[in-house]
Design a binder for this molecule. Structure first.
Ligand code: 13P
Length: 259
């Protein structure tokens, strides 16, 4: 089963407007280096419009093929939710993707699997592709609980989705101990959990549907470790934090998944 690779840059709460625009321009200008890979930039909400216009978005596609994503959203389509961003607003800004349930959202902002599940359903209803994040902490890994934790997160976050909906989801496996620490999971550690996730997806839908769902790895991905991850059979791309803030590094990772 060949799945189109997807490399997304999660800029988190970094850069300023001018630097964000310059980075988007640089990635767009060089996107051909990563032919065949879906490239997604996820800037802070405040800069979605600036980055979208740097990418030359018209509707939701850009001439360079680089697309835009949000880092989070509310599950409601509108209303009295001070400070929040609604799914249709992301669509309005040209987003095609939205990261949901990132470990920083789960640990710092109290997002539970039930909240991630509600957001996933609203994203799909709005026409956005959710990038649903799961991953264990170091403590959980050391206690031998990785499989149980990831299983519960997948089942909870994706509960009640039809096979047609599941097929549209992107899953990101991001072990919390590898995020921003420089400690990347070994390709074998990552592949093991990706294979587990794919078999869980199979049990939620069918092996055929699971075979179409893209599963990204995230956590200290850099140009020099991307190639070993990219050759693993169930790793279909990367969700990149720190290294996505430099065009050279982001494109270096994307090239590893190209071709
Ligand atoms: P780093 O690549 O900085 O480890 O961050 C990973 C991440 O959290 C992407 O969502």
């Amino acid at each position: 089963m060949s799945r189109r690779k997807i490399v997304a840059g999660n800029w988190k709460m970094n850069l300023d407007r001018a630097k964000g625009r310059d980075l988007a321009l640089a990635v767009a200008a060089r996107s051909a280096e990563a032919a065949g890979v879906d490239l997604v930039l996820c800037p802070p909400a405040a800069y979605l419009e600036t980055v979208g216009s740097a990418l030359g978005l018209s509707g939701s596609t850009s001439p360079s093929g680089v697309t835009l994503g949000g880092q989070t959203m509310h599950d409601k389509a509108g209303g009295a939710f001070t400070g929040e961003v609604a799914p249709p607003m992301l669509v309005d800004l040209g987003c095609r993707y939205v990261i949901l349930g990132h470990s920083e959202r789960r640990t710092l902002f109290g997002e539970t699997d039930a909240i991630v599940n509600a957001k996933t359903k609203s994203a799909l209803a709005a026409g956005l592709t959710p990038i649903v994040c799961v991953g264990e902490t170091l403590e959980e890994r050391e206690a031998g609980r990785t499989d149980a934790v990831v299983t519960a997160q997948i089942r909870g976050s994706l509960a009640g989705l039809s096979a047609v909906e599941l097929e549209k989801v992107v899953v990101a496996y991001e072990p919390v101990w590898a995020i921003g620490t420089g400690k990347v999971a070994s390709p074998q550690q990552a592949q093991e959990v990706h294979a587990l996730i794919r078999s869980l997806l199979g049990s939620l839908a069918s092996a055929e549907v699971a075979g179409k769902i893209r599963i990204q790895y995230g956590g200290s991905v850099k140009p020099d470790n991307a190639a070993d991850l990219a050759v693993q059979p169930d790793i279909d791309g990367a969700l990149v934090g720190g290294a996505s803030l430099k065009a050279d590094d982001f494109l270096g990772i994307a090239r590893a998944f190209s071709g």
